[in-house]
Write a protein that binds this ligand. Sequence first.
Ligand code: ATP
Ligand code: FE
Length: 332
Amino acid sequence: VKILAIESSCDDTGAAVLVDGKILSNQIANQKVHEEYGGVVPELASRAHQENIVPVVDIALQKAGVKKEELSAIAFTQSPGLIGSLLVGSCFAKSMAMALNIPLIGVHHMQAHVLANFIDDPKPDFPFLCLTVSGGHTQIVLCESPLKMRVIGETLDDAAGEAFDKSAKLLGLPYPGGPLIDKYAKEGDPTRFKFPEPKIPELNFSFSGLKTAILYFLQENQQQDPQFIEKNLADICASIQHRIVSILLNKVVKAAEETGIRDIAIAGGVSANSGLRTALEAYGQKYHWRTFIPKFEYCTDNAGMIAITAYYKYLAGEFAGLDAVPTARAAF
Ligand code: ATP
Ligand code: FE
């Protein structure tokens, strides 16, 4: 089975080639145009996808040493995401599938984030729990099989990635600030400043209170010393990161207790965070979990995760028609 997968849900154009369950290439073109706007501009994103998609697919095929005539199927991200961005990937995938006369596979982006844990060994056993933390989602997912998963907890407001990015913005850092908080936190003291942990029922999350607490904390301290942020950047970043990570993992502890499941995975862009990666391992030791973290390149948006999901769908005979419509929102 040889699958070409395309990811274009947000601002990165990705293409990957999978052969018999193994990823042979995973190509990504990052869009720089959004930086000066402090966030992703949807119209600019779709235009950049149009420019990037042909070269990115070409390079992915070349690197894998696979000719397009050898492909068994074309996969694309169908939902959720920015509609203009999804349309570019889906139209491209459909045209290519039609020209080559091979099947088309539509993939759910959040299911793909979870299945990034199945690209390399060791893989979790079913059932397992996955904490999916990205720019738009924060979910605890109970996975019964590759294609059978359900959300048992999620954020009521901001996603974990937004909590990182909005905190970074308050600190005057450029977008996306998550990776920068991670970087500065490495030199800081996570116990120096205490931010509140909200009490949210069940397995759900909330990050809007934390954002407000950080805003007031910074305003007060900057009033007393206009150089407060500058002087304490590392400690502030470490303390914010520490709180976001503890909010996330304390809910995973609760989910593991309630379900009795001890195989715990993380996924999504925020699972690239070094504080979360280290803390997951520490919690794992303490609670006797087996923990799984995708390789760095499979955490943030990538087409490799679309390819592995498409592989399971191919084996299950789940194909999409040429009339498949991408949607901005969708449950799995
Ligand atoms: P979704 O998958 O929900 O549609 P998305 O695809 O935009 O959203 P991802 O690409 O999975 O999101 O993740 C991007 C998010 O991950 C951004 O908010 C970014 O700041 C955050 N992020 C990436 N690396 C790190 C890091 N090292 N530390 C903290 N946050 C990070
Ligand atoms: Fe994503």
